[in-house]
Design a binder for this molecule. Structure first.
Ligand SMILES: C[C@H](NC(=O)[C@@H](N)CCCCN)C(=O)O
Length: 425
C-alpha cells in the first residue's frame, strides 16, 4: 500500500494517544446509546402516547434519511476543521437532538430531535475514526487495535441501551420519558469527553505533530472522484456488507429466527444479542491481530466470506443456529475491525473524513434500500410462521448482496492488499 504523506504522530506520547482513544470511545459510547434508545421505549411510546408502528419506525429511519447527503458534508467538515473540533461540535448537535427527543410534547418534536441527532451522530462517527487515525497512523502505531477499542466501547453503548430496562428498571416504571432523559445524560457525557479531547489535542496539533486540516483550500467536487481503485472496492464492500448485516441483524433476524427456526421472542432476541456481545471483545482482538501481522486485506476478505457462508448455513442447512450466529459474530467483529484502519491507509490523512463521508452516504442509502427490498420480498411471498419458505427470497437477496461484497474484498486484496503492498505501507 502506498505510504501517505503525514505529520509525525509517532512524536506524540503513547499515553496521550491512548487517552485520546479513551475519550473518543467515551463520546462514541453516548452516541451509540442514544441511537439504540428508541427500541426499549417503543412499547411505552405506543401505550402511553399512542404512537403507531410506522411512527416508531420513522423515529429510527429519520436518523439515516438526511445522511444520504449530509454525512458527506460532515466528512468534508472533519477534513476542514479537524477531528477534535468536529467531535465536540457534533456532540453538541447530538445533545440538542437527544434533549428534543426526550422533552418534546408531541411526535413531530421527537422526530425533529431524532433528525438532529442523526445529523450529528454520523458525522461524529467519522470524526472519531479520523481522530484515532490522526494519533495512530504509521508503522508500529496499532491503528487497527485503537479503532477496534473505539468501536468496541461504542458497541457497549448499544448493548447498554438494550440492557437499560433491567439496569434502570425504576426509570422505565415511570414511563417513556425518564429512559430518554437518561439517553440525554449519556449525550452530555459524550460532550464532556469531546471537550476534554479537544483540550488535549490542541498542543500536539499546534506543534505540527498531527495532520493539519485543509482550512482555506477551496472545495473541488472533482476531488471526490480522485481516490484510488482500491478505495472504490472498499466503498462497495462497505455498502453491501453493512446493508446486509444491519438489515438482517437489526431488522429481520429476530422475526426470521422465530418463524423459520421456531424460537420464541426471548430466545431469538438473546441469540441475536450474542453477535453484539461477541463484537465487544472480538473487534479489538482482531484489530490487534491485523496490526501484529501487518496484514489487513486478507482478514477483510475472510470476514466478508463468512457472511454469505453464514446466510447459506441458515437458509440451506438444518444445522444448529449457534453455527450461523458464531459465523455472523466473527464477520461482524472482523470486517469493521479491518475496514476503517484500511480506509485510513488507502487515502491521505487530510482526506480521510471526505473518504469515509462518501462511503457512508452510499452506505446509508444501501441500508435503507436493503430494508425496503427485504420487507417487500417478505410481504410479496407472504413470509410468516405458517409460511417459513416465504423468507427464501429475502435470504437469496441478502446472500447475493453478500457475495457481491466478497467479490469486492477479493478485488481489493488483488489490487492493493497482497503481502508486497501491505508490508510496504
Ligand atoms: C463505524 C461503523 N459505523 C457506521 O458504519 C455508521 N455509518 C452506521 C452506524 C449505525 C449504528 N450506529 C460501525 O459502527 O461499524
Amino acid at each position: 500500500m502506498t505510504p501517505t504523506p503525514h505529520a509525525s504522530p509517532a512524536a506524540v506520547s503513547r499515553t496521550r494517544a491512548w487517552l485520546v482513544v479513551l475519550l473518543v470511545a467515551l463520546s462514541g459510547y453516548g452516541n451509540y446509546y442514544c441511537y439504540d434508545a428508541i427500541g426499549p421505549v417503543a412499547d411505552l411510546l405506543q401505550q402511553q402516547r399512542g404512537f403507531s408502528d410506522a411512527q416508531i419506525g420513522l423515529l429510527n429511519a429519520i436518523y439515516s434519511l438526511p445522511n444520504v447527503v449530509l454525512v458527506l458534508v460532515g466528512g468534508l467538515l472533519v477534513d476542514r476543521f479537524g477531528a477534535a473540533f468536529m467531535t465536540l461540535a457534533t456532540g453538541l448537535v447530538c445533545l440538542a437532538g437527544a434533549l428534543f427527543t426526550a422533552f418534546s410534547p408531541d411526535f413531530t418534536g421527537m422526530a425533529l430531535g431524532r433528525l438532529l441527532f442523526g445529523i450529528g451522530a454520523e458525522t461524529m462517527g467519522i470524526a472519531s475514526l479520523a481522530a484515532v487515525a490522526d494519533y495512530f497512523h504509521g508503522p508500529g502505531r496499532n491503528v487497527a487495535l485503537a479503532m477496534g477499542v473505539t468501536l468496541a466501547i461504542g458497541r457497549i453503548g448499544s448493548y447498554s441501551a438494550d440492557m437499560s430496562p433491567t439496569w434502570f428498571a425504576t426509570a422505565y416504571a415511570q414511563g417513556w420519558q425518564p429512559p430518554l432523559v437518561i439517553a440525554a445524560v449519556m449525550a452530555v457525557t459524550s460532550c464532556v469527553a469531546a471537550l476534554v479531547y479537544w483540550g488535549i489535542d490542541r498542543g500536539p496539533r499546534r506543534a505540527g505533530l498531527l495532520p493539519t486540516s485543509r482550512t482555506g483550500e477551496p472545495f473541488v467536487w472533482r476531488d471526490l472522484l480522485h481516490f484510488g481503485r482500491a478505495y472504490w472496492y472498499l466503498l462497495v464492500l462497505c455498502v453491501l456488507w453493512y446493508a446486509v448485516i444491519l438489515a438482517f441483524r437489526s431488522t429481520f433476524s429476530i422475526k426470521y429466527f422465530q418463524h423459520v427456526h421456531g424460537l420464541d421472542l426471548a430466545e431469538a432476541g438473546e441469540m441475536n444479542s450474542y453477535v453484539f456481545l461477541a463484537a465487544v471483545f472480538a473487534t479489538p482482538a482482531f484489530g490487534w491481530l491485523c496490526d501484529r501481522r501487518g496484514r489487513y486485506a486478507p482478514f477483510l476478505m475472510f470476514g466478508a466470506l463468512l457472511l454469505p457462508v453464514a446466510l447459506a448455513v441458515l437458509a440451506l442447512t438444518p444445522w444448529s443456529l449457534w453455527i450461523a450466529t458464531a459465523l455472523i459474530g466473527i464477520s461482524y467483529s472482523l470486517v469493521p475491525a479491518v475496514m476503517w484502519p484500511l480506509a485510513s491507509r488507502l487515502v491521505a490523512p487530510q482526506r480521510l473524513g471526505t473518504a469515509i463521508g462518501l462511503m457512508w452516504v452510499v452506505q446509508n442509502a444501501g441500508i435503507g434500500g436493503a430494508n425496503v427490498v427485504a420487507g417487500w420480498l417478505n410481504d410479496r411471498a407472504g413470509a410468516s410462521a405458517t409460511n417459513p419458505a416465504g423468507y427464501d427470497a429475502m435470504m437469496a437477496f441478502f446472500g447475493a448482496a453478500s457475495v457481491g461484497g466478497l467479490l469486492c474484498a477479493v478485488l481489493l486484496w488483488w489490487t492493493a492488499g497482497r503481502r508486497q503492498h501491505e508490508l510496504r505501507g
